[in-house]
Design a protein around this ligand. Structure first.
Ligand code: ZN
Length: 279
């Protein structure tokens, strides 16, 4: 048994690939993620959004064209990123990827709060989210999605890149594996002014249990092994929480911690849960 800082900081390309690769994802999706990693690897700068959007473009084009993600020409990726799609100003990929996810049987909810959805659908949903004003009768259009912002960043980078270039790039690294975290104490979601404990939705237990991180999917299993999914637990923040935790031990791939303080998904990426005065 070793005592170590368990979190992988900084966030490498392998970590970003791992985040997009839940075990349960279809093989074509995993291939799309690896191909996107290969394409972006020479200029990898921690841009998770670019990786995800490129993976969706390759997955979408491969399905539409009856080919494999690795064989999708770069021109098809650029075409899906063009900003003349729907809703207005969004990349064509916004609607096209949603249709392909639906056709391939990925589970997509109507909103962030309803229903279970798979990891790939989860990443898609975050990318296409458009902020809308509260009053339904207002004529203010919804804001741009993260997918649109990413397409604007990505298009110039893909300009001038040919399929021959891409074939000359080395393969992307293997995706980093997920985590199994055994928690002796509580799992707490922390904002700048609140601390709340994750509770089993079946037996209401909130002490001890296991947190698993598989790609973007986070699950809490209480000591009775009831499954709870908590939207405020976000994979990257759970992984980051391991670098804050005391008494981290790693034993045959299982991480053991006392208390796990996780920045709530509503907080900024650089929020340190230990800065909350109630912690
Ligand atoms: Zn339970």
């Amino acid at each position: 048994m070793t005592t170590a800082r368990a979190a992988r900081v900084p966030w490498t390309l392998a970590d970003a690939l791992g985040y997009l690769t839940p075990d349960t994802a279809p093989a074509a999706w995993k291939e799309a993620v690896q191909s996107a990693g290969r394409l972006l690897q020479p200029a990898w700068a921690g841009d998770d959004g670019a990786l995800a959007v490129t993976a969706f473009a390759l997955y979408t084009a491969a399905h539409q064209d009856g080919t494999t993600p690795a064989e999708v020409p770069i021109a098809r990726v650029r075409e899906l990123l063009l900003l003349d799609g729907l809703p207005e100003g969004e990349p064509r990929l916004h609607v096209a990827a949603g249709e392909v996810l639906h056709a391939r049987g990925h589970r997509l909810p109507q909103s962030f709060s309803g229903g279970y959805w798979d990891g790939v659908g989860q990443v898609y949903q975050r990318l296409i989210y458009q902020w809308e004003p509260e009053e339904p009768m207002g004529d203010m259009p919804p804001g741009p999605s993260a997918m649109r912002h990413t397409a604007i960043r990505l298009l110039p980078r893909l300009e001038g890149l040919t399929d021959d270039h891409v074939r000359g790039f080395p393969p992307a690294p293997a995706p980093a594996p997920g985590y199994t975290i055994e928690v002796a104490d509580r799992v707490s979601k922390v904002t700048d002014n609140s601390v709340s404990t994750v509770q089993c939705s079946t037996c209401q237990d909130m002490y001890g249990g296991t947190v698993t991180v598989d790609g973007p999917e986070v699950r809490y299993l209480c000591r009775e092994a009831h499954l709870t999914e908590d939207r405020r637990l976000e994979a990257r923040r759970v992984i980051a929480a391991l670098s804050y935790a005391d008494d981290v031990q790693i034993d045959r791939g299982v991480v053991r911690v006392g208390q796990l303080l996780v920045a709530s998904s509503t907080m900024a990426w650089d929020f340190d849960p230990r800065s909350n005065r109630f912690v």
